[in-house]
Design a protein around this ligand. Sequence first.
Ligand code: ADP
Length: 657
Amino acid sequence: MYMPPPMHRRPPSDGIEKPKGIKDLPRYWFQRAKGFFSRLFYIIGLVRRAAPLMLVFMALLCILDGVLPVVGAFISRDLLNVIAELIGQRQLGILPDDVLEALSPLIFLFILNVVYLFFKKVLSRLNTMVTGISGELVVNYIKMMILKKAKTVDLSSFDRPEFYEKLENANREASMRPLHILSATFSVISALISAVSFVIVLIGLSPIAPIIILLASIPGAIVNFYYRNRNFRYIRHHSKDRREMNYYSSIMVDKDMAKEIKILGLADTFIAKYERVFKRYYKGLKGLILREGVVQIIVGLVSTVVNCALLAYIAYNVIFLDGLIGDYSLYSGAISSIGGYVTTLLTATATIYEGTLFIDNVMTYMKEPSRIVAPPEAKLPVKGGSHVIEFENVSFMYPGTDRYVLKNVDLRFDAGESVVLVGLNGAGKTTLIKLLTRLYDPTEGRILLDGVDLRSYDPEALYDLFGIIFQDYGKYAETAGENIRLGDADREYDEGEVSVAAKMGGAHPFISELPDGYDTPLTRLFEENGIELSGGQWQKISVSRAFFKESDILILDEPTASLDPLAEQEVFNQFAALSKNKTTIFVSHRLSSAVSASKIVVIDNGEIAEVGNHKELMAKGGKYYTLFSVQAKRYTGEDVGENERYAQRFIEEKRGE
Ligand code: ADP
């Protein structure tokens, strides 16, 4: 079933308190700079680990990239000066007779220029190659990092919307952002090298010229940072909108949802909802982009005027103060280059700044603490034995909620028992299973396995004891055989062993009729010859998967809901045969399964209402009796007497809650 994570509005924050006054400003900016650099180093660290050699290449290329333009400017200056001199000589008629000798400096400079231009081209190609290769490596590295972390994340973390949001963001950021940030960082460095070199050149003309240019670029810098920050905050503040849009678009393309959406005609409703959210999201963003555009034009105008004034000053110098045409080219080139580099510097720095803020998602996701971890000196449960499970006064609230889903549960499952948990929907049966398998820890009380608190065991070794099928079991896009083998992925694939499990789970008859038997790909996600199974067939596959694992405790959480009563009975019989020395726990609301169980636990509203076997509980005439009577009548059509009215009232009461 497709369930969106719950969404809540969260105030925007990059974690730094706003300054309360001027006195606070240095602290505020210091913290921001600290945050910026720590994020930047985090990214560089990522790239270093993902593609160490590429990082070195990128650094070298960036230095060359920075130096090369100045070299080019000097070559152009000399070329122009030599050409101007030759023109002058021709005009005065004093060109040497030996043309080759006259042109030799020019030829030398031309060759130098060709080498320079060729080198520049090679450098730019190398840059593209290095960025492309490291891009793939970095993306893969970060994806792996996120997946490996996901393995250790507690299930309870997925219940928290803010964590879910971080996970989604981290996943999205894993694409090109880190590399963009790194490329931007290197362009900042090369722009800095170029700008400083040109400033040195310009000092030759006038020491205040570079200062004027730098001052003229300050407003642009401020505007740029201001808007990058606003942009980040806007996007962060509207992350709920983006998630809502993702939700609507994902359900529209979800294979499982397609049937319902078509028949109920929901497509237009969801498209309209998507558009409504988009409009809300876009309205503010458009304003932001437009405002920045206008402010940038005004700021750009100021710096253009300053640049023009400086160009006029150079022209004056060259004409009246013994300059050469090449000097004009060099200095004017220096001015426009500095302007260009300062712009690159600002935009790239702003991109880095914005990018590092986004990368926070990855950092915070990676720091998500796991509570369900092996304690020091963790115990290992004895695999292959029979086990006793005890709940001692266990109460539980889902994290972030304040409602007890289980209250004061005291239970004992002895080795080899077949237990059936019954109760209405929402009574807490699945939750009890989640606690028993240590997917969550109890809020109060403790659960013991063979007399030892579950929290003292190594979780992975503990999980190894359980063979389990949840209501929302996996339907993997793998072959039929592989779908069963995944019950114990540590075991090598062996069709003989897989088919034994399939026979026990009732899947063998239909798998052997598939075109490629156990090798038939299930689902049509990837393979043309993939087969789609019915709900009941999938369920048999999942039951077979549970049988495939040689587990000590078998748990089936409503595994038979899509099975017909006959198939259900088969599963129970197989379970009965298997359950010698093993504990089997069934969650079911079809009570026919309970008749042969050695222990029935009736859960009502998070509390244990009754415990006993079928005979005892029927004799008691309590809740189990009521539930059983209602179901029996539905199956047999026979009136079970005066309890019928009570049963009906009980069910109505529950529905009303
Ligand atoms: P059952 O298996 O008996 O149908 P569950 O154990 O699945 O019932 O659910 C018991 C109660 O816990 C329900 O009220 C349900 O809404 C709530 N619940 C289940 N999962 C979560 C969760 N992840 N976060 C918050 N509440 C939950």
